[in-house]
Design a protein around this ligand. Structure first.
Ligand code: ZN
Length: 582
């Protein structure tokens, strides 16, 4: 829906951007701007910048950018109008009376209802005589009927369209079933169940809604797992399995597992704080979600090379949150299920209690490769250990681990600390260098990605960009230059479109900027525009500068035309022709 400029201005004013972003990102104020670690991509040094003057943000690492509304839209994974509503509520601004478009909200509700019905269908089918195959699968894996009920497990029939027919009868439309990814369209246009002959794990969010399903093949057929794709109500990288049950625990510690069955085995054995990612590598968004409900997380990944590698990756991601990280060493079995079955829950409890910190985990992994009886082995292990410890930012930690290593390998502690310091210093200077290199080259890369014509017309594009940036900061200049510039002076379609948006708003006496172009720009284009706007320091901010840009654009245009008229595209030819006949 369309919001008025007045409403959007008021919304922007009431939701100061640094204030809003601060509750998601740790910002450090630097002059007129604030910087922090980008919440939209994984990084260790801050390239995310918030501009107080223009109330906008831009990330030099991934190119995302926009205003306070875009930020909320992207970080909360909402639709534009939902983000507006959230900010309106946050700041006590009533939504415009001419109606908030709740079509999306309605659709989401229908999808969640359909999912709930589907979960009930799969469960009761499994409990019926016909569904015995499914029930036998879960019982065979050692699950009790109580556990099966608690997790709402089920069985999807080995037929083409049982669920589709069932839900149609309940009044759901085909388009609702397709949007919820419960069914899909075949080549000849029929609609069939997405899950067939699968053991079903409903995925339930913290509010208790069934948002998706994981389906597992009962035998060795491939693929082993079929999962709901991302839908309007489900984004797998943003959700965590069983958090709805685990969040009830009071000790603020969660056990993070690799798969559904690990989680269920833990819960059945009384460890009710187990959760799991959803079939992909663990993500930053999942880490953030977990950190809302816990202070500590114990990783319980499989005891094989693949599991340990996945654990290492998860540690890096978890390290971007305030969570304390520990790693359980699953000795005596490959996964928690096997250990509990073989040795019982007391042994499992012991393993969890003796989980080690992330640094210890890395050191132990490094140690495995070396023979510490030999001097060569010792030296090589020390080299790796120093590498690991140099990533820590806290010198007290250096000291603690250096002491341990010193007594373990009978070498001098001071020597180890000196090595770590040296390594850490090298790392820091390399990081700073990398960042400079990125800042110098990345701008153009990022802009070129959004505006593909830029690279081919670099000089013209730079002139266009300077003109646009200047007009954003000095809207009154527009009236002094508008008679001197024509559409065909532009070399890149995107810059022309942006210029026309600016012209449209100013001609109608309206404000300019991403906030007021929300209907006309994609997320990437909004980021691009903020990037241009942020070049303020490089601008002369004079009318003459704008005129220079226009002249440069005209020169470049001349050049393009002279260069090779024979190769003119049909479009360009048509443009030329229009001009001649005007
Ligand atoms: Zn970023």
């Amino acid at each position: 829906m369309r919001f008025s400029d007045e409403f959007l201005s008021e919304l922007r004013e009431r939701n100061e951007i640094v204030d809003v972003i601060s509750s998601y990102v740790d910002l450090r104020v630097r002059g007129a701007n604030a910087t922090g670690l980008c919440p939209f991509h994984n990084e260790k040094t801050p390239s995310f910048t918030v501009y107080v003057n223009t109330q906008s943000y831009y990330c030099f690492g991934c190119g995302s950018g926009g205003d306070v509304i875009s930020f909320i839209k992207n970080i909360e994974n909402l639709h534009y109008s939902e983000a507006v509503q959230m900010l309106a509520e946050r700041s006590g601004l009533p939504m415009p009376a001419d109606g908030f478009d709740d079509g999306v909200a309605k659709m989401k509700r229908r999808m969640l209802d359909a999912n709930r019905e589907a979960a009930k269908f799969y469960h009761s089918y499994m409990m019926s005589p016909e569904g015995k195959t499914g029930l036998d699968y879960f019982l065979g894996r050692g699950l009790s009927p109580e556990t099966i009920r608690q997790f709402g497990l089920g069985y999807a029939p080995d037929r083409w369209d049982s669920l589709v027919r069932y839900l149609r009868k309940k009044g759901y439309t085909d388009s609702e079933l397709l949007s919820a990814d419960l069914a899909y369209k075949t080549k000849n246009g029929g609609i069939i169940d997405k899950f067939r002959n699968k053991a079903m794990f409903p995925i339930i969010d913290v509010k208790g809604s069934v948002i998706a399903f994981g389906g597992r093949a009962l035998d060795d057929s491939k693929p082993k797992y079929v999962n709901t794709s991302d839908t309007l109500v489900y984004k797998k990288s943003y959700n965590v399995f069983a958090l709805n049950l685990a969040k009830r625990g009071t000790d603020r510690t969660l056990i993070l597992c690799e798969g559904y069955m690990d989680v269920i085995a833990y819960h059945q054995a009384g460890f009710t704080s187990a959760v799991a990612g959803l079939g992909t590598a663990f993500t930053k968004e999942q880490a953030k979600l977990i950190s809302k409900y816990a202070d500590e997380v114990i990783l319980s990944y499989d005891n094989d090379e693949a599991g340990q590698k996945a654990a290492r990756k998860a540690i890096d991601i978890l390290a971007t949150t305030p969570l304390r990280i520990k790693v359980a060493r699953l000795q005596g079995g490959k996964d928690p299920d096997e250990i509990i079955k073989k040795y019982g829950k007391d042994k499992m409890q012991q393993i969890l209690l003796s989980a080690v910190g992330d640094v210890e985990f890395d050191l132990q992994r490094a140690k495995q490769g070396f023979d510490l009886q030999t001097s060569d082995g010792k030296v090589a292990y020390l080299g790796q250990a120093v590498e690991i410890l140099s990533k820590l930012s806290n010198p007290i930690q250096w000291d603690v681990y250096a002491s341990k290593l010193a007594s373990e390998l009978s070498v001098s502690k001071e020597a180890i600390v000196t090595q770590i310091e040296k390594k850490a210093k090298q790392k820091r200077s390399r990081e700073i260098k990398d960042n400079f290199a990125k800042a110098a080259t990345f701008n153009d890369d990022a802009l070129g990605k959004v505006n593909p014509e830029r690279q081919r017309n670099l000089f013209a594009a730079k002139a266009e960009e300077t003109l646009i940036a200047s007009l954003l900061h000095n809207p009154d200049f527009y009236f002094k230059i508008k008679d001197k510039i024509y559409e065909e002076d532009f070399a890149t379609a995107l810059n022309l479109r942006i210029f026309k948006l600016i012209a449209r708003n100013l001609d109608e006496n309206r404000p300019v900027g991403v906030t007021y172009f929300f209907q006309d720009l994609t997320d990437e284009e909004a980021g691009y525009l903020v990037r241009l706007e942020s070049m303020r320091d490089r601008l002369g901010n004079t009318v003459k500068e704008c005129l220079d840009c226009i002249n440069r654009m005209k020169e470049e245009k001349q050049e393009r035309e002279n260069k090779n008229p024979a190769r003119m595209s049909d479009d360009e030819w048509a443009k030329q022709f229009r001009k001649l006949s005007e």
